[in-house]
Design a protein around this ligand. Sequence first.
Ligand code: PMP
Length: 411
Amino acid sequence: MQEYTFKKSYEFFEKAKTVVPNGITGPRTPLFHAYGSVPVFLEGGKGAHITDVDGNEYVDYMCAFGAVALGYGHPKVEEAYRKQVEKGNCMPMPSLRWVELAEALVELAPGMSWVIYGKNGSDVTTYATQVARVQTGRKGIVIAEHAYHGLHHWCMENRNGMLEESRAYVYKFNFNDLKDLDRILTEHKGEIAGIMLTPYQHLVMKDQIMPAPGFYEGVRKLCDRDGIVLMMDDIRCGFRINLHGSHLHFGADPDLICFGKALGNGYPISTCLGKPSLKEAASKVYFSATHFYSAGPMAAALAVLKIMKEEGAVERMTDLGTRLGQGLEARAEAIGLKIRYTGFPSMPYMIIEGDTDLSRNRYFCGEMAKRGVFFHPHHNMFVSAALTEKDLQKTLDTAEVCLKLTKQNFS
Ligand code: PMP
């Protein structure tokens, strides 16, 4: 097979650098990938496939960093979106989709009775902290060490251009460590408004860590003891682990839930849902931006929820991801390599054992890309519900070749 080349991608990356600081901002830069061996710019996406500007096609395992769970251009989502925007999208008042989607979400997530909308995950995670602060009249927010809850100043780890003061009253504990959490709550007794957690720990460049048995029961007890609001940041995992909220899979009982990414299957929409006890506090938080009210993404989200249920998308992604992991592990073992496939099966992160600087992973992912499979060496990946058996087979066959190459190259 002819290996892919990426001439046009990198020519345009050079051009991009002249007109955009760093060429591409954030984790989508090729510098955070297998630089030189992966595409930089894409032409299109259909189902579980993406096509780059050099005309190469890939089976995609990033799903737009989780935003497109049902596959690119899902016909029913596209139809719902198109029909809505033909009537109206960005208007001075919301459309009826505003109410219909809120009803659908409240119906979906047990115990939740109200909903607000944003565009990105960051909008609603920040909003959740405001609701917690209004509810309790306290300042403190507790998050897990290195957890990503978006790019707002209170939680972003890269502090360039941000005031140190903007993360005052934010305290960090080690995920899964109830003693450490209790230590913070005790040190700041009566000062903590809320605890925000992702359903499990999905940090970049690290094995993914599931909640320990009893962790969420312990967190809930501490919240109840101290009158603290528990916020679930389900932006990344949402609609991939359990259609009704990932917390249900892990036995958590949050007061507020943030969803985003997969909800719009690529159209921008995020939401925060809350228990009835927080509705009054929620009503006191000012929350508005020009595009928060757009009808198209809401119509898309309504279609997404319906399709996910009808097509059993969560179960399908879980099954595909499980078989992907088993297949990768078996192929690695057959050639004397050991891999670690961690995280929920449909959102896996793969590391080759002993690869302390991830150079093997970068090489492996680069060789995969050259052969038409788009993996990521640093960020957890995402399995699309649109992935076919043929795609999975191609992925495993390609992985076999690339694992062998990796072994040879690093022996
Ligand atoms: N929380 C989590 C867990 C995320 O993964 C992300 C995005 N990667 C965010 C919040 C922020 O979402 P957004 O990028 O849509 O603002």
